[in-house]
Design a protein around this ligand. Structure first.
Ligand code: NDP
Length: 419
């Protein structure tokens, strides 16, 4: 019997909300709150009569701590699920601390304005000290660890697929298959086709920022940074086939490097088709990916935000997308003194997801783990106080819940390795 406040009502949140409503014995009451209340009302209406979860809706600007505090105090939830954007992570964590409520999200903090001087100074120091230049990193949220511990609260960071399930796969591999893990390759393959020449599968601004940035990986205790898309491999994915994939920086590498003892190398690869890459390069070259405001006919516009308006809304890709995703981790390491390899992954079908919840598989593979992360906290299967990423908890009940609610894993003990 739990009351949960869900902030955001976009592609990922709408899947998570529908999934919460499938587990109404735990999620007895939810409030959907977002910037645009009409979207929350629309979803609440769609779910009317289909669930015994009691749904209410609210309008909130999650950039404003005072508005959040008022909302949380009025609703009195046990947990706040932040499924808005990474820009709101810190304001929502602040509000949770003030109101003494547990917190979770699906992506680590990134500032909306990367030219804000106070943030920029810390960022540039971190680039020099740590050796990677992504705009997002865990330091901002890890800084809340003591505050959450002292308040007796839990903050669960990044319970989507990647980050999220990929880290649970690492914890699972370490718990059941290895004494020591030497290398981890996280492979994120989207074999889906939506028929558009160019569209992103989740929020375009966050997605394009991520993939146009330099790549990096962790090796022998330090970051190695490379120009964007400069390491390419081909891999033959089960149930999808051969795809080109590129090494990217990705947030879970940072926490895994801390939490998987003695790991020597962690890399992250994502598949991209040639059309996507050509469009992205062109948009980048003409300045459309810039986050710097420009003056147009007397009005300031941010190019990447304007581009978001032009691109298809990821939430509308569902009915058009065919094919499957295959996301997982390949490990090398040792068990009982012997060398060992292991691959654990999930395959998800875009059309099946659409049939079930009206979304494509990217929103589905993120929304289901968001619900499962919340389930772990609400049922007290995960109970530590402080700020944690997914691999810091027992992976078994989480993987069990993922399988039950739509994302079962498969495994291979003889995978083809990535060179
Ligand atoms: P969308 O853009 O579809 O949805 C974002 C939602 O947040 C919208 O409802 C939006 O409201 C709302 N929102 C934005 N700003 C505010 C604000 N200031 N106050 C209140 N509400 C706000 O994004 P997605 O659903 O694609 O992504 C959601 C999250 O999931 C992101 O953080 C993304 O990084 C993460 N993600 C994580 C993945 C993983 O595997 N871990 C994979 C994919 C995404 P409005 O409707 O008014 O715009």
């Amino acid at each position: 019997m739990s009351r949960v406040l869900i902030i955001g009502c976009g592609g990922v949140a709408s899947v998570a909300i529908q999934k919460c409503c499938q587990v109404s014995e735990v999620f007895t009451e939810i409030c959907i709150a977002s910037r645009t209340k009409s979207k929350c009302d629309e979803l609440a209406k769609k779910l009317e009569g289909k669930t015994s979860t009691k749904i209410t809706t609210a309008q909130v600007d999650a950039d404003d701590v005072n508005q959040l505090v008022e909302l949380i105090k009025g609703y009195q939830p046990e947990l706040v699920m932040n499924i808005a954007l990474p820009y709101q992570d810190l304001t929502i964590m602040d509000a949770c601390l003030i109101c003494r409520v547990n917190y979770m999200d699906t992506a680590n903090y990134e500032p909306e304005d990367i030219n804000e001087p106070e943030w920029r100074e810390i960022y540039e120091k971190r680039c020099k000290e740590e050796g990677f230049s992504a705009y997002f990193d865990y330091s901002w949220q890890w800084a809340y660890k003591e505050k959450f511990e002292k308040a007796g609260l839990t903050a669960l960071l990044g319970s989507g697929f990647d980050p999220g399930v990929t880290q649970a796969y690492c914890a699972y591999a370490l718990k059941h298959h290895f004494d020591t893990i030497d290398t981890i390759d996280i492979l994120d393959c989207n074999g889906g086709d939506h028929g558009y020449p160019f569209a992103t599968n989740f929020n375009p601004e966050i997605n394009l920022r991520e993939v146009s940035a330099p790549g990096s990986y962790w090796e022998n205790g330090r970051w190695v940074e490379i120009p964007a898309m400069s390491i390419h491999r081909e891999y033959d994915f089960q149930e999808v086939g051969k795809k080109d994939m590129y090494l990217l920086h990705h947030e879970e590498i940072e926490s895994l490097a801390k939490n998987i003892p003695d790991v020597k190398r962690i890399r992250f690869f994502m598949t991209f088709g040639q059309s996507y890459l050509t469009h992205m390069k062109c948009l980048e070259n003409v300045g459309m990916l810039s986050t710097e405001p420009v003056l147009y006919e007397g009005k300031e516009i941010v190019p990447i935000q304007f581009l978001k308006e032009l691109l298809p809304d990821p939430a509308t890709l569902g009915p058009r997308t065919k094919g499957k995703t295959n996301i997982g981790c390949i490990f090398t390491g040792k068990k009982d003194g012997q060398d060992k390899t292991y691959y654990i992954y999930n395959v998800c079908d875009h059309e099946e997801c659409y049939k079930e919840v009206g979304s494509q598989a990217i929103s589905y593979t993120t929304g289901v783990p968001a619900m499962c992360g919340a389930l772990m906290l609400l049922t007290k299967k995960w109970e530590k106080k402080g700020v944690f990423t997914v691999e810091e908890f027992d992976p078994d009940p989480y993987l069990e819940a993922l399988a039950k609610y739509g994302l079962p894993h498969k495994e291979s003990h003889t995978p083809v390795l990535v060179d």
